[in-house]
Design a protein around this ligand. Structure first.
Ligand SMILES: *Cc1c(COP(=O)(O)O)cnc(C)c1O
Length: 422
């Protein structure tokens, strides 16, 4: 038995989180083993999700409209079931977090409140390789204020010949634009490179310039530990279907820092669910904003996407983000080693090497034959994904991936590379 295989087996035996693998459904494939490395795109379904959904369906059948108050988890306050555990996950106070809508919708709603350009201070600083939806949202918000994205949106790029951003460069750009900066908005973890940004450092730089700071945490939530409250991040938004395993298109999460909780002068788009709970059903003409993140809600809770999220948050709470992160660092580190052993100089990993600058994801560039390698992996039971122009993303996640998965992936990658030589 070779050394890597031996080590994978030992790590799995010693892994105190190994049991969680059994709590998930793995897709059926023709291959002998399914290697699911796309938890950064759509996390696997926990087995308990069906049970909790069943309970909501049963309550709906039994109670009809009365389920709003009589269901085992009354629907009228359903979102409250999620707040504690989600807050822990992102390092927030309970009132700073709420779930509603989808991610891009939430980015828009938060920008309505937190992007307040005026004649002098109107620029937004973001990353050049932000997720397209985020860039569309930023562009359209800028135009909505009658401004031109070409001169208003400042995109920070990696240096020539480098693949990832340097925080010092972000700080420099913020400093250069100084009093013109209204908002600094980045992905906490970049979807393409897998780079984890030093969010605390960026938040500090933004505030030093007198700007507001927000993060898209789509690739960070459930992946890396965060302390949004302590870092004084103004606002953040994330989706729950990637690392958070809550199902396709499931409900989004938002964070609004406590310092804005009672700032009712902030402009916001409003709906009845953001209004005072006591008077909500009195159908009063006046909107009375709830303090905290709840005040940004518009509609009543989407119970059938919150239920899976509740199941998922319970699992995260049982596993614990600290233990998950510890395993993740080991698992990603092992993946890095296995890929280097299998790929040699034919595969380049563009994700940073330092543990604190990456999470679960590794982004691989295989010059010329990347697409072929990706297809080979796909037809042999490995779920990875292809992102234009030339990256294969893999994400071994600590909840349900094993070190044996990583070892097998290395073997498969070796065969995939060999197959392109024939
Ligand atoms: C996945 C992802 C999205 C997707 O947005 P939806 O509104 O949930 O479709 C947006 N931004 C980033 C950074 C993402 O990773």
């Amino acid at each position: 038995m070779n050394d890597l295989k031996q080590r994978a087996l030992q790590y799995d035996v010693r892994d105190e989180l190994a049991g969680f693998r059994e709590a998930f459904h793995f897709p059926k494939t023709d291959a002998e083993h399914c290697i699911y490395f796309t938890g950064n795109s759509l996390g696997l379904q926990p087995k308990r999700t069906a049970d909790i959904l069943r309970e909501e369906l049963d309550d709906w059948a039994e109670f009809g409209v009365e389920g709003h108050f009589s269901a085992r988890r009354p629907w009228v306050s359903y979102h409250e079931n999620l707040m504690d555990k989600a807050a822990q996950l992102v390092g927030a106070k309970t009132d700073e977090v709420v779930h509603m809508n989808g991610l891009t919708t939430n980015i828009h709603l938060l920008l309505v409140s937190f992007y307040r350009p005026d004649a002098k201070r109107n620029k937004i600083i973001c990353e050049a390789k932000a997720f397209p939806s985020d860039l569309y949202a930023l562009d359209s918000q800028i135009r909505f204020h009658g401004l031109d994205p070409a001169s208003t949106l400042i995109e920070v790029s990696p240096r020539e010949g480098e693949e990832v951003l340097r925080e010092e460069d972000i700080e420099d750009v913020i400093r250069q634009h100084g009093e013109e900066v209204a908002l600094v908005f980045f992905g906490g973890v970049n979807y393409y490179s897998g780079q984890v940004l030093d969010m605390e450092r960026i938040a500090r730089a933004a505030h030093r310039a007198g700007a507001v700071v927000g993060f898209d945490l789509a690739h960070a939530a459930g992946n890396v530990p965060m302390r949004l409250h302590d870092w004084e991040v103004d606002f953040a938004a994330w989706c729950t279907y990637k690392y958070l395993n809550s199902g396709p298109g499931s409900v989004g999460g938002i964070f609004v820092h406590e310092k804005h909780a009672r700032n009712f002068d902030l402009p916001r788009f409003t709906g009845w669910w953001g209004s005072d709970k006591e008077s909500r059903f009195l159908m009063k003409r006046t909107f009375v904003p709830l303090p905290g993140a709840e005040g940004w809600q518009l509609s009543n809770a989407p119970v059938f996407s919150m239920a899976p999220h509740l199941a998922s948050l319970e699992i995260f709470s049982e596993a614990g983000m600290d233990r998950l992160r510890k395993k993740s660092v080991a698992l990603t580190g092992f993946a890095d080693e296995v890929i280097r052993a299998a790929g040699g100089d034919r595969v380049k990993i563009i994700t940073p090497t330092e543990a604190e600058r990456r999470g679960c994801q590794l982004s691989l560039v295989v010059p010329r034959v990347g697409r072929k390698v990706f297809e080979y992996l796909q037809t042999h039971g490995a779920f990875t994904d292809w992102r234009e122009p030339d990256v294969i993303r893999i994400a071994p996640v600590p909840l349900y991936n094993s070190f044996a998965d990583v070892y097998r992936f290395g073997e498969l990658l070796r065969s995939a590379l060999d197959s392109t030589l024939e």
